[in-house]
Design a protein around this ligand. Structure first.
Ligand SMILES: [Zn+2]
Length: 480
């Protein structure tokens, strides 16, 4: 059995002045693709011959330029054209939240081109992030498609295994099935749909029940992505029948699931402890035990912000606190380069902040270089070896503030990433990270996590986002 595989990840925030190019993409070919797509074990066990195309992971950043995208898309397409006479199926890992200059969604373009080449019947399985924008046409172009259930995404491997097993079974026992899609007039932010909280817990439990029926192969829902304007925005549900004769039943189940999610629309709320910036910092500084994690949610790099804002740094400097504080990180390429011309122990003045707007206006600091490090991938997202940027950790003179100055916007969510930057969580009372919700390792190892509702490209107030292209009416922008 021959299965062609490929992966493309980009969460494109169009509210930042940063274009995603191949230079910022972790690009791997050959055997590394099987590893990065977490398919090795299952495909080995099932004796699948794998044809890897590429794994292109741009992470969460700006909109991608057309030339870079064309390279990624053409690599997958050429792989298919070269092997078309041998292929039994295609397995893709496509995030769903990309936007390409002058094109729109990259994933939708890729799948559309693939179907034009292979026709309607070749089995195609797609692993999707729930924070992607899907549509009826896109979903129906797949044979199998499913989003992770958990946010933060702790069930990526499980989702991959589920789809790989189902793809193999479809190839062995051919069934002419098509996923059933229902779009909802509902847009949600990732911070309002954490799966350990309601109503997502109940929605996931509802889908578990639906899948106990032999006629239903898979039930999933996706939150959608709100950081670029697109007619594809909004959440939706996907139900896949077990066999072709179960299609009518799958349609009924899709209606039930869509109605269930819709009935919960007033219950989506911020997760955990959340406060306006002044209150959030006050609570963090008054907390007796460390470490406290404070998330700068308006500048959330895991949702495509640049991580350049100095707003919280200014807040902390103004507070005159004596507490030990770490910023992980602040992205400023020029300041990074300036620091990189020095060595550990050097003391120098820096102007930290790219001055893109008031939120990222520069702060003058005298700093000592304490560590020259690098950024590492997120194990949670299956990122392993590869280049995720460089960083230099500095201590602000005459203060208890340390800052990781980075040359890109990689999130800091796991302990090993901090260690690669030369810092230890337990040395600090407060750690400021560029995230929305706190990721599992941060939550488990902190005495408190608090989301600061800061301004910025990942503003949390969904109802006030300036959409023009989305379907209307749409809750909560329209009170339906
Ligand atoms: Zn996601």
């Amino acid at each position: 059995m021959k299965i062609l595989i490929g992966k493309f990840i980009l969460e494109a925030n169009e509210n930042i002045p940063m274009i995603s190019t191949l230079e910022n993409v972790d690009m791997q070919f050959g055997e590394a693709v099987v590893d990065l797509m977490q398919l090795k074990d299952i495909f080995n066990k099932e004796d699948v011959t794998v044809i890897p195309t590429l794994s292109a992971n741009a992470g969460s950043t700006g909109v991608m330029d057309r030339k870079s995208f064309d390279f990624i898309e053409n690599t997958i397409i050429e792989g298919i054209e070269d092997n078309i006479r041998d292929l039994d199926g295609i397995f893709l890992h496509l995030h769903g939240a990309s936007k390409i200059v002058g094109l729109g969604s990259g994933e939708h373009h890729i799948l559309d081109r693939i179907r034009k080449i292979v026709g309607p019947y070749l089995p195609i399985a797609i692993v999707a992030d729930p924070h992607g924008n899907l549509s009826k046409e896109y979903v129906e172009n797949a044979t199998l498609i499913r989003s992770y259930r958990e946010s933060p995404h702790t069930d990526i491997q499980e989702t991959i295994d589920f789809l790989a097993k189902n793809l193999i079974s479809i190839i062995k026992n051919r069934e002419n099935i098509k996923p059933v899609y229902r779009k909802l007039p509902l847009i949600l932010g990732g911070e309002q749909s954490v799966s350990t909280d309601e109503p997502v817990r109940s929605i996931n439990a509802f889908m578990d029940e639906l899948e106990k029926d032999d006629r239903i192969r898979s039930a999933s829902w996706h939150v959608g992505y709100i950081r670029h304007d697109t007619h594809l925005a909004g959440c939706g549900v996907i139900v896949i029948p077990e066999k072709e004769i179960d299609t009518e039943y799958a349609n009924k189940v899709a209606d039930d699931l869509a109605n269930y999610v819709w009935s919960k629309r007033h219950e989506f709320n911020y997760t955990g402890l959340t406060a306006r910036p002044e209150e959030a910092l006050k609570m963090a500084l008054e907390h007796k035990e460390g470490p406290v994690f404070l998330t700068d949610s308006g500048d959330n790099v895991s949702s495509g912000s640049m991580g350049v804002n100095t707003f919280v740094l200014k807040q902390v400097l103004n507070s005159k606190t004596k507490k030990k504080i770490l910023f992980a990180s602040i992205h400023d390429k020029n300041t990074y380069s300036k620091l990189n011309a020095h060595k550990i122990g050097d003391i120098l003045p820096i102007n930290l902040g790219i001055n893109n707007d008031e939120l990222s206006s520069p702060v003058q600091l005298d700093v000592e270089i304490v560590h020259i490090g690098s950024m590492t991938g997120m194990k949670l997202f299956g990122e392993s070896n590869g280049y995720y940027g460089d960083c230099i950790t500095v201590s602000v003179r005459n203060s208890n503030i340390d800052i990781i100055v980075a040359n890109t916007n990689q999130p800091f969510v796991e302990r090993h990433q901090f260690e690669a930057a030369g810092v230890e969580w337990d040395d600090y009372d407060l750690i400021v990270v560029k995230l929305g919700y706190a990721f599992p390792e941060l939550k488990e190892n902190s005495s408190m996590c608090i989301m600061s509702l800061t301004q910025g490209p990942t503003l949390q107030d969904t109802a006030s986002l300036p959409f023009k292209l989305i379907m209307r009416p749409m809750f909560p922008i329209d009170k339906i």
